[in-house]
Design a protein around this ligand. Structure first.
Ligand SMILES: [Zn+2]
Ligand SMILES: [Zn+2]
Length: 247
């Protein structure tokens, strides 16, 4: 039970988990924390050429105004959309904290399965929102405002898109009956991977370099989607785009 001490510690924070504010605050805190290193890279990258060489589109840099607009939109979405939805979810499905922690191999396998399912659901949603012009114009176009991605563009999208992403993220752990620790690990991994996808950087330790055989697309794959529009619809893995001829 490698995860038991960590889970015991987490259970001591029970009042925090039971707060209706926790899911929205947790989501915003994780998102901001994962964006910050890339924001720092964008800031120092214009001054230190060594950081610049990892940038996917070195000719473009986000301005402070572009970043501020993304932060404002993300804050707005967390207040008017994520908070009400997560509070309803919290009320409907009360937190239960079992005594035993999940086994580490089972947690890792569950998170990989959840990421594969999320990747599939978002691939279908994304393909549909590019193939139907009305859906694209009304709901998805706003996410394509930036043809060169930077971390804060991750959540720059319509409320409709954010709601679907939230639904996919919430429904997978419920369907698979995840332990709360496994569920939270999936949420954190999903936020990290979506931020990395939009980071605009191809770093030596990027996830797509750690997964063999080009099975994982990551930042170069998704940055190309923002440039070319008609390819790379899956957010993380490459198999669906390969099968549908959109890689
Ligand atoms: Zn798109
Ligand atoms: Zn995107």
């Amino acid at each position: 039970m490698a995860l038991q001490p960590l889970w015991d510690f987490a259970r001591m924070q029970e009042p925090l988990f039971r707060s209706p504010f926790f899911p929205a605050l947790f989501s915003f805190a994780a998102y901001t924390a994962f964006c910050l290193p890339f924001v720092a890279l964008d800031f120092f990258g214009t001054r230190v050429p060594a950081f610049r060489k990892y940038k996917l589109q070195p000719q473009s840099s986000p301005t402070l105004r572009m970043m501020a607009l993304c932060v404002a939109q993300s804050l707005y979405h967390h207040v008017v959309c994520i908070f009400p939805v997560t509070t309803a979810h919290w009320y409907w499905r009360r937190v239960s904290l079992p005594r035993a922690a999940p086994e580490l191999p089972s947690l890792l396998l569950s998170v990989i399965v959840a990421l594969l399912l999320f990747d599939f659901l978002y691939f279908l949603w994304h393909l549909l929102h590019h193939r139907v012009p009305w859906l694209y114009k009304t709901f998805h176009k706003v996410h394509h405002k930036h043809t060169s991605t930077f971390a804060l563009t991750t959540q720059y999208s319509s409320t409709w898109e954010l709601l679907w992403l939230g639904l996919f993220t919430a429904i997978i752990p419920m369907m698979l009956k995840f332990h709360p620790l496994t569920e939270m690990t999936f949420f954190v991994a999903n936020i990290w991977l979506s931020v990395e996808d939009h980071s605009g950087y191809d770093l030596p330790w990027s996830t797509h370099r750690l997964v063999p055989f080009g099975l994982y697309g990551g930042a170069p794959h998704h940055d190309l989607h923002h440039q070319k529009f008609k390819f790379n619809y899956a957010p993380y893995f490459t198999h669906w785009d390969w099968l549908f001829g959109t890689l």
